[in-house]
Design a protein around this ligand. Structure first.
Ligand SMILES: N[C@@H](CCC(=O)N[C@@H](CS)C(=O)NCC(=O)O)C(=O)O
Length: 207
């Protein structure tokens, strides 16, 4: 197997952290998005969506989408379980993972894409212009979600109970990525901050 990766991007980081938690080591191929390496015919043949991460299996099969890749790795190497260990924990992890993705990662991505200079011509406005509306709504939704998570994390160690899971990975990556939009999501949220300190100190966080 090998992972098509980009060091600076959030979605490949989710897979790198997942691999590190599983203690799986595989070769990485750096796809430099900044120089359009994800737009070459070779890469588009692998993933027509033109996005990283992509996991390429030994028989040449390509799996895109970070969660699909993590699901494959979980089936390949079930320990430690990061998608839950029984039907209730699996359902709760799925619930929170989706909330973190839809209510935090997506708005954070909207804010970054419409404010960071790297995306100057790839915003959500007319002709790829950056849109202040997307920045404002992204910031508002991300802040509201983090208020919610702060209240939740007052009652437990990780996003779901006492076990680190794929939902924690998504939350860590979203919070770090938000800094590109000048969003300091831990500020004024003591429980989220306490959670962050523990999760960011795991060796996998540097993967
Ligand atoms: N839903 C996909 C999103 C993949 C994605 O958007 N990847 C970004 C990097 S984080 C990318 O490749 N962007 C290419 C571009 O901006 O053109 C996943 O979870 O893997």
């Amino acid at each position: 197997m090998k992972l098509y990766d980009y060091r600076l991007a959030p979605n490949p980081r989710r897979v790198r952290i997942f691999l590190a938690e599983k203690k799986i080591e595989i070769p990485r191929v750096e796809i430099d998005i900044a120089s359009q390496a994800h737009r070459t015919p070779e890469f588009l043949a692998l993933n027509p969506a033109g996005t990283v991460p992509v996991l390429e299996l030994d028989d040449g099969t390509a799996i895109a989408e970070s969660v699909a890749i993590c699901r494959y790795l979980e089936a390949l190497s079930p320990e430690p379980p990061l998608f839950g260990s029984d039907r209730l924990s699996s359902a709760r992890i799925e619930m929170w993972h989706r909330r973190v993705e839809l209510e935090l990662m997506v708005p954070v991505q909207h804010a970054v894409r419409n404010s960071h200079p790297v995306f100057a011509t790839r915003g959500h406005g007319e002709g790829g212009a950056q849109s202040r509306d997307f920045v404002e709504s992204g910031r508002r939704v991300a802040a509201a979600t983090c208020d919610w998570l702060d209240r939740e994390l007052a009652t437990r160690r990780f996003v779901v109970g006492d076990a680190f899971s794929v939902a924690d990975i998504a939350l860590l990556v979203a919070i770090d990525f938000a800094r590109l939009a000048e969003l300091r999501l831990r500020e004024g949220r003591p429980h989220l901050d306490r959670w962050y300190a523990e999760v960011a100190a795991r060796p996998s966080a540097g993967a």
